[in-house]
Design a protein around this ligand. Structure first.
Ligand code: 5GP
Ligand code: ZN
Length: 110
């Protein structure tokens, strides 16, 4: 079972931010900004590329609810999802990184 499926089953502890029957938001263990939250579906899909559109659609509503919950919806935030080897995706369970809490820079990717 993948590490995020274990987090969903509470076999690995996490700091939960928001949850409903389909999705979970929790704090990234290695934050890259003052706010760094991971948002995952409770059903395992490998990445954005292999996830059904209906899941992505419902997930966007949940992500907006998370942004509102932590009050970054007005000042702004960044969403990132890594897909496959060239992106550096480490955990093969669809997740969006919600990054916020500072004026974010746009980095060099290569
Ligand atoms: P990826 O590189 O796959 O897009 O991102 C995986 C993310 O999962 C990384 O930002 C990493 O810090 C985070 N992560 C890996 N293992 C754990 C864990 O056990 N708990 C939490 N909260 N985050 C994790
Ligand atoms: Zn999984």
């Amino acid at each position: 079972m993948c590490i995020f499926c274990k987090i969903i089953k509470a076999e690995i502890p996490s700091k939960k931010v928001l949850e409903n029957s389909d999705f979970l938001a929790f704090e990234d263990i290695n934050p890259q900004a003052p706010i760094h939250i991971l948002i995952i579906p409770k059903v395992h899909y490998e990445s954005f590329e292999t996830s059904p559109s209906e899941v992505i659609s419902k997930m966007s509503d949940f992500i907006k609810a998370v942004a509102k919950e932590i009050k970054v919806n007005e000042n702004g935030y960044r969403l990132v999802t890594n897909i496959g080897e060239n992106s550096g995706q480490e955990v093969k369970h669809l997740h969006f990184h919600l990054i916020a809490g500072a004026k974010l820079k746009w980095g060099n990717f290569i």
